[in-house]
Design a protein around this ligand. Structure first.
Ligand code: ZN
Length: 321
């Protein structure tokens, strides 16, 4: 029985790099049927969007976000990266998704089996690794877009795959500071889950060290964010990390959550984000993602910022061709 406080509640979001805004929106809303829950900018590079996709409410543990740097070069999946982000679908939903991807001429691998689950694997238009995992554990409802039948909609994350330079030390950080525990082990994979998890949010660490080093760029993940309950738990965790010699940043205001960042020993950039305040802090739940939102400190520069961003049309979920 562990006496450590549960600083981490599960996965919060995954942030990746893309090369084209419209193509990105078309894929994640149009094809995968996620909801665009926030349209804002990269606070450190205001000429670039920050787009958030998730379930209807934009719940932590459902959010995949992108910085689409126009025309940026493709990166390469490899060591030092989160290589595949797995979304959760219903136990009977794989045939639906295989037919849907085929109709949009998107190649996929599988169905494959890992641990006791069946999944398919494919890449987004920039090469970002995505999986859909059929399972009966997940009681969350996906966004009912009116196009993809609600029972087949993506429910949120199932887990992430980490391929790091030093998996043993990655595991050590997960199981000590970040209160994960080993739940399964198969071939070259160790599977971790946060203590007391209520929804799937597995972290699979690939122990195989034959892979090549990853290269950052479009189609690669920038960072993985874990969820913490409050500003207090975040500060306590930050103190604990600093005490262990981990160089965590000061708390940054990301408008929809507060964040600290640090690099895990195997090279992947980790973030710990607070669950509150969430995406409904600056627009109504029913109109999330419809217009460009800026933090108060950038509002006075809105005209200039908006003028520098590419325009894009926000598709509804595409009917199957
Ligand atoms: Zn983030």
């Amino acid at each position: 029985m562990s006496m450590k406080p549960n600083f981490i509640k599960g996965l919060h979001h995954v942030t990746a790099l893309a090369s084209d805004t419209q193509q990105n929106v078309n894929f994640y809303v149009g094809v995968l049927g996620l909801r665009l829950v926030k349209q804002t900018i990269n606070f450190d590079a205001p000429e670039v969007y920050h787009l958030y996709y998730g379930d209807y409410e934009g719940n932590p543990g459902t959010i995949l976000t992108f910085f689409p740097f126009a025309g940026s070069r493709r990166g390469k999946k490899g060591k030092g990266q989160l290589t595949y982000t797995a979304f959760s679908i219903g136990i009977d939903s794989l045939p639906y998704w295989m037919a849907r991807l085929a109709a949009f001429a998107i190649d996929f691998e599988g169905p494959k089996t890992r641990f006791s689950e069946t999944y398919i694997r494919f890449e987004d238009p920039d090469g970002l690794g995505i999986e859909l995992v059929a399972n009966h554990l997940d009681r969350r409802k996906g966004w009912d877009s009116g196009v993809i039948p609600a029972e087949h909609a993506i429910k949120g994350f199932y887990g992430v795959n980490l391929l790091t330079h030093d998996p043993e030390r990655t595991v050590q950080m997960l199981t000590t500071s970040l209160n994960h525990r080993l739940v399964q082990e198969q071939n070259a994979y160790l599977r971790f889950e946060v203590e007391g998890a209520s929804v799937p949010g597995y972290v699979d660490v690939q122990m195989d060290q034959t892979a090549l080093r990853g290269t950052p760029g479009a189609g690669t993940v920038h960072h993985l964010a874990f969820a913490t309950a409050s500003d207090e738990s975040q500060l306590e965790l930050r103190e604990a990390l600093l005490g262990q010699g981990v160089q965590a940043t000061p708390v940054l205001d990301r408008q929809y959550f507060h964040s600290i960042y640090f690099r895990e020993p195997g090279g992947v950039l980790f973030e710990v984000a607070t669950n509150p305040p969430g995406f409904a802090v600056d627009e109504a739940q029913e109109s999330l993602g419809q217009s460009l939102k800026l933090p108060a400190w950038l509002e006075s520069q809105r005209a200039g910022i908006q003028g520098g961003l590419p325009s894009f049309t926000k598709p509804s979920v595409f009917p199957q061709p």
